[in-house]
Design a protein around this ligand. Structure first.
Ligand code: RFL
Ligand code: PHB
Length: 400
């Protein structure tokens, strides 16, 4: 088989890139090592920045996100028993975020891809990249027990943190920056109305909690849990009891509980691999970087990487210029590191760390107080939460 761009991974990064390239007439094939059902069963992010919505629009798949996504103009911070609203819309000069689940984004992209008759090879095993430093790289994989080869011009490594793409870059070239946090998030999805119409981020003596949602009838809640916690040790009842203890009195009273549809634990990590391009291989999304979910930036960064890559590939195929390709890593990393900084800061502010001590605790309280009382500090939070601007995608926007 032969294509222009071989995409490894059918997560949101790979699927979005595939759809964008298709709108620009650039041929692509996606190789995914799991089944479509498995990919769709993963419950992950829920908050989209405007930049991500814009890219869905350029790809021609934004209709359902606009129709069914919930626009959010603010978030609430809960500490010392009180909730404080951060008016994202006003503080950011009129921007907002949209609550629309990653599962839905993935579903919309998969449907559009199938509708356009584009090739996605699911259950592609033992994917291996070769010749990434040459002008004609190849991807080898096994499908239904048969060895297959895909020839291409470029490879987009959209295969997440555990994927094979990043590991193909020689260790002498790749630098890794990493911080692992001593706790994780226990998440529950349930068909109950959200406790509040806006997200609540809570810093409490019992640990962090987050009240989020997927719709007006489906809630997503998270609790900070120590490393080593096993999901089997948390019954639904235990989860709801603990969540109630981490809410203010009014929210605790309003909380509606019900059976969980999904329950899982996500470890928290900050990670960046540099550079994001080597030869004809580009890394995008979680394959290149991980943020702790506190700032809701993981999916949004995956989308902005893909925006930069799409722009660079159009420039290459339409104008024969390698400028975008040569600057891909640098352009992405500037935005990535700012989101890493924000996610690290918001995580540090909202969680209880085992090593904090009384002094650290007082500092955290002082910062939270300052954050909600100072216009400058709330503005900085709002500006980062709605998403930092993306450099103009001159070539990509002509397609949309
Ligand atoms: P994904 O979604 O991990 O998709 C990568 C795809 O590549 C496939 N793959 C391979 N395919 C072929 N060959 C191989 N060798 C392969 N290895 C892997 C995988 O099966 C998969 O389909 O990466 P992508 O597209 O970059 O998207 C990134 C987002 O998924 C991610 O940033 C967010 O979901 C992060 N994240 C969250 N972000 C938020 O903003 N808010 C959240 O609440 C939130 N919760 C989460 C999360 C990530 C989690 N992970 C990674 C465990 C919760 C969890 C549990
Ligand atoms: C979610 O709804 O899953 C979600 C929302 C906001 C976050 C993280 C996760 O910061």
């Amino acid at each position: 088989m032969k294509t222009q761009v071989a995409i490894i991974g059918a997560g949101p990064a790979g699927l979005l890139l595939g759809q964008l390239l298709h709108t620009a007439g650039i041929d692509n094939i996606i190789l995914e090592h799991r089944s479509a059902e498995h990919v769709l069963s993963r419950i992950r992010a829920g908050v989209l920045e405007q930049v991500a919505l814009d890219l869905l629009d350029i790809a021609g798949v934004g209709q359902r996100a606009h129709a069914e996504g919930l626009p959010h103009d603010g978030i609430e911070l809960l500490f010392q028993g009180q909730r404080h609203r951060i008016d994202l819309h006003q503080l950011s000069g009129g921007q907002r975020v949209t609550v629309y689940g990653q599962t839905e984004v993935t579903h919309d992209l998969m449907q559009a891809r199938a509708g356009a008759g584009l090739t996605t090879v699911y259950d592609a095993k033992d994917v291996q990249l070769q010749g990434i430093e040459s002008p004609s790289p190849t991807v080898h994989y096994v499908k239904d027990g048969q060895a297959q080869t895909l020839q291409c011009d470029f490879i987009a490594g959209c295969d997440g943190y555990h994927g094979v793409s990043r590991r193909t870059i020689p260790p002498s070239v790749l630098r890794r920056y990493e911080r692992v946090y001593p706790f994780g998030w226990l998440g529950v999805l349930a068909d109950v109305p959200p406790v509040s119409h806006e997200l609540i981020y809570a810093n409490t003596p019992r640990g962090f909690a987050l009240c989020s949602m997927r719709s007006k009838t489906r809630s997503r809640y998270y609790l900070q849990v120590p490393d080593g916690t096993r999901v089997e040790d948390w019954s639904d009842q235990h989860f709801w009891d603990e969540l109630r203890l981490r809410l203010d009195a009014e929210a605790a009273q309003r909380l509606v509980t019900g059976p969980s549809i999904e329950k899982s634990i996500a470890p928290l990590r900050s990670f960046v691999a540099e550079p994001m391009r080597h030869g004809r291989l580009f890394l995008a999304g979680d394959a290149a970087h991980i943020v702790p979910p506190t700032g809701a930036k993981g999916l949004n960064l995956a989308a902005s990487d893909v925006g930069f890559l799409f722009d660079a590939l159009i420039e290459h195929y339409r104008e024969g210029s390698s400028l975008g390709i040569d600057h891909y890593s640098e352009r992405c990393l500037r935005r990535v590191w700012r989101a890493e900084r924000f996610s690290w800061w918001f995580t540090s502010l909202m969680h209880r760390f085992p090593e904090t001590g009384e002094f650290g605790q007082k500092i955290q309280e002082a910062e939270l107080g300052y954050l909600v009382e100072s216009h400058a500090a709330s503005t900085a939070l709002a500006e980062n939460y709605v998403g930092l601007p993306m450099e103009l995608l001159a070539h990509a926007r002509q397609v949309g």
